[in-house]
Every structure is written in structure tokens, then in C-alpha cells.
Design a protein around this ligand. Structure first.
Ligand code: SF4
Ligand code: SF4
Ligand code: SF4
Ligand code: FES
Length: 949
């Protein structure tokens, strides 16, 4: 057995500044006012017996096990619900207390299986432990009365079971679902011994409102709610603290394992981003790491119509290197490039960009952030001076009004959504700006004050109109602006937004939003006290994505909402390390920390450290690489942990570019869509198999630590080292910490970062410098990173992608909770139980006029292509708008998206595609070709031979 070292103090921490001193069993204890007696005792190592209390939940006081005596007071108060007071004297031990506790314990045991402890799950039972601690072995009460001992097990959830016979009705699960997750799927029904836990309206967990976050499982003190994996595999023997490899929330986990196998992922209560919470992906969907589809041997082939051949690592690496050298000799230095991965670690990403700049000798490196948050980088760098969010997640607990625009956190960033819901239930106001009625607009427990259902493609017009109201109604914070911003730029912007054409009344015909809603939203945000803006890809993935990010920055600066807790500009990042991959210099024009390659001093520093001359001209962006491939000047690519054939827009164009190249090297876990066009396959390692760091949306750098050995023999950074050495540019790292030391040496925002410090602090938000040695939770305090904040005039330029007679509907895209990005990981887990296909949401009115019913198969056509999907008729989308996800490659959502992109960064305009929908009864031509091609490639994979030449 191992220990995580976590000490449960029984009730949540109190944060009052005023301190109180009391005496517990003769020992003086000083704690903040508002602390429970239980917590005060635990803080000096005196743990009072408890069952219904745990420090992630408010005290409930139901089990009566934690009774204490207080001198001069009558009775035996529960120490979890009784707060400390100055000068009181508490006794936690004594004969009477023992008697009382023992009879409570005996009552519990009478409704608890006698063989408790016989399974791996119940072996952790706190009833069992507590009985042993209290020395209760027998019981005076029989088991013949009303109890739960014969209740059936609920096995409906793919990941956990509910065994009522082990339930002590302590309500911890109910409270966790309420207080931590905010779903309120559970209730206690009935009274006394007849009471029981019920999911929704007496449904199974699977059929209920439960979103499978696991908070109830984590809270349960018995084996009643337990992970199936724990029951199947047995008690873990090792624990490793690491970071989730799914979304940009970056939850910390204690990975519990046994014999190189993960038993369960337990959210880390000391985790700074998640504080012990998680979602269904990070908590349960890690099975892809050991899925039989994993390729664990390197493979090569001459052409994409040849069968794959298994080869040794030496052969694969030598082949890739000689092909890249051959191509450069024939077509020139710039004919190859690389794509870094936003799923890999900072260290791995840093090495790929170094390989491209130093070993390939060009700047042709880019990252998938090109297709998601590149406008965030551009917009924030220009306005406030740093390409990152301004706050930490905890900041939302101090917000008074929140604008949530183009983001759907309950699906995309669930743990942050739970935190936000906690704040909303305390009374903060929420303004949702989204074409769809996302869950946060209206749930039984949380409602947005305002929903502005903006027409896709008109965000900039809407934000200009919000700014118009703020400026013309005198709601700006002029003192803040004159102290902290460039006043000329402010005056220009003010004059621009004040123009009549930007009023809510005049923009309503474009945005589709009622003027009174805009006026109310503007007043709510500007007058709230602390106004915060959270946004997602619904902001960036537009032809005016960068302009819209500037709109957000303008608004936040004009209302004084940057530079303290509770406010700020907060991009919610999609992938686990998209912030990190950008920070590490993955863009063709920037070294780490966003320094332009043309900056002589920066380049000189890198040249000196790396010992090679570096180019001062930016290299090719991903779309330019594809263009150049089609022109015949770009012939080879090293792609680590990305799948542009599925994730990038205009699939026809992307796959044609791949077909035009001579050597594509894919480093991945599976034969993904891009690997089907590859010539060399280098088997990568999952997050469970490596050491390194990820950076989440809060700029928080967190440790990734090896739980099991790499299935294919190497961590991803080691493979890049092998390739670089074979190319003739030696790399000599022995451990990722040495790569991090180099990053710190060359990157001002990481200048005092080290693994030693990271291990000590748990996580660090950059900048981590001499001025901020332990990191920076809130940025731009006192002044902006760029010196003075700069306002930009944000003229609305309608996208050329408009609804027409031929394509009268606007398609917009998004994500669902249980699937992740291109789905390569989540599709290979039991998460497919919830969603096994992408669907098209269409408004009842649009469906009716086309004779479409719920569940019908429909063809969706744009000027780029056609796909076929099942229809879901719903008023979540407004009339004129349809919506789908892009998690399943056979749906081909990107077959229909166009080549339109953001004017500044080339980020594709995924969120607006003009389409028409018709009822059909067979797959599209593209889908037929996709299936044929996939079958062919799987045959070639099956027929692989071991050559080991
Ligand atoms: S399922 Fe677990 S947490 Fe919920 S009431 Fe029963 S014992 Fe308590
Ligand atoms: S798994 Fe999460 S959502 Fe489901 S019942 Fe438990 S706490 Fe509630
Ligand atoms: S919220 Fe994101 S980081 Fe946290 S567990 Fe879920 S997927 Fe992982
Ligand atoms: S732990 Fe205090 S009443 Fe249960």
C-alpha cells in the first residue's frame, strides 16, 4: 500500500484574516475564524472520528460520530458543524464520547455488509477503518430491520458501480454532485433506515442527469460508489502525481497503478487548477493508452499504396533522416518542415521547433494553435503585451459579472464550468453570447441573466455595439485608462465605437441580437464591480478572429477590468498544452516567449546556445506548407502528435497536399488520418509514459510524470533527439529537466523555472522570474506587460461566407463533453457509450421546411463539399443556424469547412460555413471514398511485415 500523503481535515479551509485561539485536549490551537472544531483539531494532528465529513464539502452533521465536549456547554456537539470560538476548551476523548461513538458505529455496521473489505473497492471503506479505530467489532443491533443489504447493484455507468448494500447514506455523494460538480443529479429519498441514494428520478446512473464526473465516487467513504477498474484490477501499489492530457484546464491527478497498469485516476485535492475535481475524460477515459490499436513498432514504406513494414528504431530513424536530407538536397533547404503537438509536453514541443530551426535549418515550424487560438496570441500581444490569459481559474470566485462568449465550458472545460457555477450560485451574473443555447443559459440550478444569440460571423459588430453603449452612457473607467493606457489610441477607439452606426439599434440587423439585450449586457458588465470575460474558439475561429480578441481587450481595458482578481481576459484553451506549445516557440515567426525571429539580440542568444546560424525570416505557416506542397516546392514533414488530415479545414485540399509530398513522418499513438498518408510511422508515447510539463489556460505549468514505461520504448522527446542526431545536429539530453533548464536559460518568462522548484510548489504560473520567483497568478497588475495598454479600432468587416439562396443556413461547430478534439483518444474508450457519432443540430422550423425529422439522415452541402450526418431537431440552435461536432473522422466536418481564415493569423473560419441541408439515404461521395481509402490503409497496416533490416 502507498499513501498520497493527503490529510483530510474534514471540513473546508476557512480564509478569514481574524485568528481565534482555543484549547483542544489541553493543547492551544490558533486558526482562522470560521474554522470547524474538527478542522482545528486535525490541524494539530488530532483527527476526530468522522464519516459524513470530508474537506471538499461543507459540513453536514449527519453521522454523529464526531461528537466532542466543550467546557461549560451542554450536550455533545458535532465537531464538524461547530465552529471555533476564542478561549473555548474542547475535549475530543473520554469515556462518554467513546460510548456514544461506539453505539453510532454499531448502528452503521448493522446496515453494512459483514464481509466489508472483501473487495478492492470496499477495502478502502471508512466505516471499516473507523470501526477498527474505535475498537468496535461486534454489534448489538440485528440486520433484520429495514436496510440496504439486498439492494441490486447499479452497473449502468461504464466506469463505476453503485452498490447500495455498502451505502451508509452519509450524503457525501449527493453533496459532491451539488457543491463540487454542480449537476445535482443525486438525492436522498425516504427517511431513516429506509432512506437511499437516488439518481435523478429513481433512474439508473446512466439514464440520469449524471455527467460521470466521478465527484461522488471520490467523495464516497465506502465501497458503495467505486471505480470498476479498482474492483477488476485490485488495490494500487503506487501513486504518481501527474496532469490530465485532455483539455486546457490541466487538472492534477494522482495516478494509482499496480504492475505498470493504471488502477484509477484520482483527482488531486492539492491540484491548483482543479482542487480535487475532474471530468469524465480525465477521470476515466485513459484506456486509449493501452488500446489494441496502439502501434508500438516503427514502420516505413515507400509510397502510401505500399504495405507498411515493421523496422527497428535505427532503421526508421535513419530512413526518415536520409529522406529529409535527400529532399533538401534536391528541392532546397525550405522544402521540409515540422508541426509541433499541443498534446505533447513543453519539453517535447521545444525540441521539435529546435530541430526544425537548427537541424532542418529553416523556420518552417507551426502548431495546431494555428487552427484554434493563434488570434488570441496576436490580439492580446498587440493590446496588452502578452499572449496569454490574465488570471487563474480561482479568480472567477471573485467575479461579479461574467461575459462568456463563444465558449461552452460545461462541455469543453468542465472542471472550470463547475467552479463558475459555484460562483453563479453565490450571485454573480452571467451573460452568454453564443448562437446556441448552451447548457449554462438555463439549467435547473443555474441560469444566465442574459443570452445574446449572435448570428455566426458577427461577433465584432456585437462587441462594437456593447462598447458603444459603455462609451455613450459614460460607463468607462477613464481614470484607469488615463493612468494605464495609450490615451491617443483610447480616444480614437472611443470616437469610433461612439459612431451611430455601431449602436445596438443599427447593428441588430447584422447580429440578430435585440438592442435592449445588448444595452443590458453592456451595463451589467461595466457596472458590476468585477467584470470578467471568458472566451473560446467561437471568438477566434473567424475571419475576424484577431479583431474580436482586440474587441475583448478594448472592452476590458475601457472598463478597468484587467490587473486584479475577479476580472480579466480569459481564453479557454482547447488542448492540454496549447498554451505551452505556443509559449515554446512553435510559430514560424517566433522563438519561445513570442520573440520575433528577426530580433537580432534574441537570435544571437539562440545561435550562441545552439551553436548554429538561424534564419531571420519567418518560415511557412501550416496552410502555406500545404500550398507549397501543391505547388511542388514543399516535400517533407515531421508531424508529432497532430492530425491535420482530420483537424484542419478543407479536407480535400489538405489530403491533396499530403499526397503531393515525398516523405511524411508521423509520430503518434495510432494510425490516425494523417498517418494514412505517411511514409514513416514513429510510435509515440502517451502522457502516462513520459516525464515533462504541460501549461494550461491559466499559464500554469504542471508536472507530467511517468506512470508506466513507454510502450514503444521511447518518450516522444527521445525520438526527436534520435532524429536530430541522425540529421547531423547532435542533442545530448538525458532527462526532460535538462530541456527545461535550456528553456529557462533562453526564455525570459521562465528565467527562474526549474524542476526542483516545480516539485516543491506543485505547479507554477509563468512568468517565473527573479521578480516573481514563485510565478504570477494575476498578470498586468499595476501596469500592462507592453507598458501602456493599446486600443485598436475594430471595424466590422462581414465575412464573405454568407447565407445565400443556394446555401441558406450557417453551420457552426463545437465539442461535446465525452469526446475530445479529433476523438483519437476518447473514441478508443468507453466514452463512446455516450456518443458514437457526430450529429447535426437543426432548428425545428428549418427541419420542418425541409421535411426533416429527428434521427433522419441528412446531407450537408457547402461550396467546399458534402457530408452526411444524422439530424437532431432541437431549439438549442436558432433558426438559420445548424451545428455539429468534429470528433469522428467519418463525419468529415472539415470536408465542408472553407479555406476562409483570420486576416492576421490564418486561423480557419470554422465557425461560419454557409450550407444547405437535404434529406438523403446514403453516404456522401466523400464518405464513400473515405471508407474505401481507410479500408485500403487498414489492409496495408494488417499486411505489415517485420523486416528488421
Ligand atoms: S453512496 Fe457513498 S457517499 Fe453516497 S450516501 Fe452512500 S456511502 Fe455516502
Ligand atoms: S458522477 Fe458526477 S454528475 Fe454523476 S452523480 Fe456523481 S457527482 Fe453527480
Ligand atoms: S476538465 Fe479537462 S483537464 Fe480536467 S479532467 Fe476534464 S479533460 Fe482533464
Ligand atoms: S463527521 Fe460530523 S456529523 Fe458526521
Amino acid at each position: 500500500m502507498y499513501s498520497t500523503g493527503y490529510h483530510d481535515h474534514g471540513t473546508p479551509v476557512a480564509t478569514a484574516e481574524k485568528l481565534v485561539t482555543l484549547e483542544i485536549d489541553g493543547v492551544p490551537v490558533t486558526v482562522p475564524e470560521g474554522t470547524s472544531i474538527m478542522r482545528a483539531a486535525a490541524s494539530v494532528g488530532n483527527d476526530v472520528p468522522k464519516l459524513c465529513a470530508t474537506d471538499t464539502l461543507k459540513a453536514f452533521g449527519s453521522c454523529r460520530l464526531c461528537l466532542v465536549e466543550i467546557e461549560g456547554r451542554r450536550g455533545f456537539p458535532a465537531s464538524c458543524t461547530t465552529l471555533v470560538a476564542d478561549g473555548i476548551k474542547v475535549k475530543t476523548q473520554g469515556h462518554k464520547l467513546s460510548q456514544l461513538r461506539n453505539s453510532v458505529m454499531e448502528l452503521y455496521l448493522s446496515d453494512h455488509p459483514a464481509d466489508c473489505g472483501s473487495t478492492s473497492a470496499s477495502a478502502r471503506c471508512e466505516v471499516h477503518d473507523m470501526a477498527a479505530k474505535l475498537g468496535v467489532t461486534g454489534m448489538r443491533y440485528g440486520v433484520g430491520g429495514k436496510n440496504h443489504l439486498r439492494a441490486a447493484k447499479d452497473e449502468s455507468n461504464p466506469y463505476f458501480t453503485f452498490d447500495q448494500s455498502e451505502c451508509i447514506v452519509c450524503s457525501r455523494c449527493v453533496r459532491a454532485c451539488d457543491e463540487v460538480q454542480g449537476t445535482l443529479a443525486l438525492t436522498i429519498q425516504g427517511r431513516g433506515f429506509g432512506s437511499k441514494v437516488s439518481a435523478s428520478q429513481n433512474e439508473s446512473f446512466f439514464e440520469s442527469e449524471c455527467v460521470s464526473c466521478g465527484a461522488c465516487v471520490e467523495a464516497c467513504p465506502t465501497g458503495a460508489l467505486a471505480e470498476k477498474s479498482l474492483i477488476q484490477i485490485g488495490q494500487p501499489t503506487k501513486v504518481t502525481t501527474t496532469t490530465c492530457a485532455y483539455c486546457g484546464v490541466g487538472c492534477s491527478f494522482n495516478a494509482e497503478s499496480r504492475n505498470d497498469e493504471v488502477v484509477r485516476m484520482v483527482p488531486n485535492r492539492d491540484g491548483h487548477a482543479n482542487h480535487g475535481h475532474a471530468c469524465v475524460k480525465g477521470r476515466f477515459a485513459y484506456g486509449y493508452a493501452t488500446h489494441p490499436d496502439r502501434i508500438t513498432t516503427p514502420m516505413i514504406r515507400k509510397s502510401i499504396d505500399d504495405p507498411w513494414q515493421h523496422v527497428t528504431w535505427e532503421v526508421a530513424i535513419a530512413h526518415a533522416a536520409s529522406e529529409f536530407k535527400r529532399i533538401q538536397a534536391k528541392y532546397g533547404r525550405d522544402s521540409i518542415g515540422g508541426i509541433t503537438s499541443s498534446r505533447c509536453t513543453n519539453e517535447e514541443t521545444f525540441l521539435v521547433q529546435k530541430l526544425v530551426r537548427a537541424a532542418f535549418g529553416n523556420n518552417n515550424v507551426d502548431t495546431c494553435a494555428r487552427v484554434c487560438h493563434s488570434p488570441t496570441g496576436y490580439g492580446l500581444k498587440n493590446t496588452i503585451g502578452e499572449s496569454a490569459g490574465t488570471q487563474n481559474f480561482d479568480s472567477v470566485m471573485k467575479s461579479d459579472a461574467i461575459i462568456l462568449v463563444g465558449a461552452n465550458p460545461t462541455e469543453g472545460h468542465p472542471v472550470f464550468a463547475s467552479r463558475m457555477k459555484q460562483r453563479l450560485r453565490q450571485g454573480a451574473k452571467l451573460i452568454v453570447i453564443d448562437p446556441r443555447e448552451i447548457a449554462l443559459v438555463k439549467t435547473p440550478h443555474v441560469e444566465a441573466q442574459l443570452h445574446l444569440p449572435v448570428r455566426p460571423g458577427t461577433n465584432v459588430a456585437l462587441f462594437n455595439s456593447i462598447a458603444h453603449v459603455i462609451v455613450t452612457e459614460g460607463l468607462t473607467k477613464d481614470d484607469y485608462v488615463s493612468e494605464r493606457c495609450e490615451i491617443d489610441s483610447y480616444n480614437k477607439w472611443k470616437a469610433f465605437v461612439a459612431e451611430d452606426r455601431n449602436s445596438p439599434e443599427n447593428t441588430a440587423s447584422s447580429t440578430g441580437v435585440k438592442p435592449e439585450l445588448v444595452r443590458e449586457a453592456a451595463r451589467m458588465y461595466a457596472s458590476a464591480g468585477n467584470g470578467a470575460i471568458y472566451y473560446g474558439l467561437g471568438v477566434t475561429e473567424h475571419s475576424q478572429g484577431s479583431t474580436m480578441v482586440m474587441c475583448i481587450a478594448n472592452l476590458a481595458m475601457a472598463t478597468g477590468n484587467v490587473g486584479r482578481e475577479g476580472v480579466g481576459i480569459n481564453p479557454l484553451r482547447g488542448q492540454n498544452n496549447v498554451q505551452g506549445s505556443c509559449d515554446m516557440g512553435s510559430f514560424p515567426h517566433e522563438f519561445s516567449a513570442y520573440r520575433h525571429v528577426s530580433d537580432d539580440a534574441t537570435r544571437a542568444m539562440f545561435e550562441k546556445d545552439w551553436g548554429v546560424p538561424l534564419l531571420a525570416e519567418p518560415g511557412l505557416r501550416i496552410p502555406n506548407m500545404f500550398e507549397a506542397a501543391l505547388d511542388g516546392s514543399f516535400k517533407g514533414m515531421y508531424i508529432q502528435g497532430e492530425d491535420p488530415a482530420q483537424s484542419d479545414p478543407d479536407t480535400h485540399h489538405v489530403t491533396a497536399a499530403f499526397k503531393a509530398m515525398e516523405c511524411i513522418v508521423v509520430q503518434d499513438l495510432f494510425l490516425n488520418e494523417t498517418a494514412k498518408y505517411a511514409h514513416v510511422f514513429l510510435p509515440g508515447s502517451s502522457f502516462l509514459e513520459k516525464n515533462g510539463t504541460f501549461t494550461n489556460a491559466e499559464r500554469r505549468v504542471s508536472p507530467v510524470r511517468k506512470v508506466m514505461e513507454p510502450r514503444a520504448g521511447f518518450e516522444d522527446w527521445e525520438i526527436t533527439v534520435l532524429l536530430s542526431n541522425a540529421l547531423g545536429y547532435p542533442m545530448h539530453y538525458r532527462h526532460p529537466s535538462e530541456i527545461m533548464d535550456e528553456i529557462a536559460r533562453l526564455t525570459p518568462t521562465f528565467s527562474t523555472f526549474s524542476y526542483e522548484k516545480l516539485d516543491r510548489l506543485g505547479s507554477i504560473q509563468w512568468p517565473c522570474t527573479d521578480e516573481a520567483p514563485e510565478g504570477t497568478p494575476t498578470m498586468h497588475v499595476g501596469h500592462f506587460v507592453r507598458g501602456k495598454g493599446k486600443f485598436f479600432v475594430t471595424e466590422f468587416v462581414p465575412t464573405s461566407e454568407r447565407a445565400t439562396r443556394k446555401y441558406p443556413l450557417l453551420l457552426t461547430t463545437g465539442r461535446i463533453l465525452t469526446q475530445y478534439n479529433v476523438g483519437a483518444q476518447t473514441r478508443r474508450t468507453s466514452n463512446v457509450t455516450w456518443a458514437s457519432a457526430d450529429v447535426l443540430e437543426i432548428h425545428p422550423h428549418d427541419a420542418e421546411t425541409r421535411g426533416i425529422k429527428d434521427g433522419d439522415t441528412v446531407g450537408l452541402t457547402s461550396r467546399s463539399g458534402e457530408i452526411v450526418l444524422p439530424a437532431q431537431v432541437t431549439d438549442r440552435v436558432r433558426p438559420g443556424v445548424v451545428y455539429t461536432t468534429f470528433h469522428f473522422p467519418e463525419s468529415g466536418a472539415n470536408v465542408v469547412t472553407t479555406e476562409n481564415s483570420d486576416w492576421a493569423t490564418n486561423c480557419p473560419e470554422y465557425k461560419v460555413t454557409a450550407v444547405e441541408i437535404v434529406k438523403v439515404n446514403q453516404p456522401s461521395e466523400w464518405q464513400k471514398r473515405f471508407h474505401e481509402f481507410t479500408d485500403h490503409q487498414l489492409e496495408l497496416l494488417k499486411g505489415r511485415e517485420a523486416t528488421h533490416a
